[in-house]
Design a protein around this ligand. Structure first.
Ligand SMILES: [Zn+2]
Ligand SMILES: [Zn+2]
Length: 228
């Protein structure tokens, strides 16, 4: 029996552009038939709703509320809720999985690292580094930057991309470099009706299960849903 997971989801707790709370998101995904959700709010260099005048520790505590509230809701509903980060370098977005709150608290320098250094650090800590919507062209992304040697996977389907060609180019990119393919919804609102996600043969118990599947290129499939 296949299982479906969201890899790219925002919450109003931590993302300035999201209207759905973590609990609302998790409940909605449950209704849609997903088995779990990775919460990937915009980090402090992106569209964050976190007060940047606070201390680093306080900011990280506030940032993790999206994940923590989602996890609470997921535990009640039987959904696996996992922690991720959407980190931006001048609009070039990456999804980072495998770190946790204590790790982020101990590493404020991640705000200052260039992409290859950050990727190296994340991967040396056992995490994975995924290029989100690499060919999205919108006003907040100043140019397209590619880092084929620094990513574990490429999001070849992003339901938030406004034109199909942006996903088609991402597919070409992954094929051309032989990179693992992922898919995500980039969901910010309960009104969204297009979805991405990953399909697995076995249920994911935690983010380490996802990391293992990406590192061994063993996803069963990816979702490219126009409407759900
Ligand atoms: Zn956003
Ligand atoms: Zn996003």
């Amino acid at each position: 029996m296949p299982y479906l997971y969201e890899t790219h989801c925002h919450t109003s707790e931590a993302s300035g552009c999201a209207s759905a709370s973590a609990a609302e998101q998790v409940k909605h995904y449950k209704e849609l038939g997903f088995s779990g959700v990775m919460i990937t709010d915009h980090f402090f260099n992106g569209n964050t709703s976190i007060d940047r005048s606070k201390s680093w520790e306080e900011m990280v505590d506030d940032y993790c509320l999206g994940y923590e509230n989602g996890k609470k809701a997921g535990d009640e509903l039987g959904m696996t809720v996992m922690f991720g980060i959407e980190y931006t370098y001048r609009g070039t977005d990456f999804l980072i999985y495998g770190l946790d709150k204590d790790w982020v608290k101990a590493h404020p320098e991640i705000m200052e690292l260039y992409v290859p250094e950050l990727s190296k650090l994340v991967r040396s800590e056992g995490g994975i580094f995924v290029h989100a919507h690499p060919f999205r062209q919108v006003d907040y992304i100043d140019t397209i930057r590619l880092f084929p040697d620094d990513v574990d996977a490429v999001e070849v389907y992003n339901a938030g991309n406004r034109q199909d060609v942006m996903n088609e180019r991402a597919e070409w990119y992954a094929d051309s470099w032989g990179l693992v393919k992922t898919s995500g919804s980039d969901c910010h609102h309960l009104s969204q009706d297009t979805f991405g996600g990953i399909v697995t043969d076995e249920p994911l118990n935690d983010i380490q299960d996802y990391i293992r599947l990406i590192k061994t290129n063993s996803l069963s499939g990816i979702l490219r849903a126009e409407k759900m």
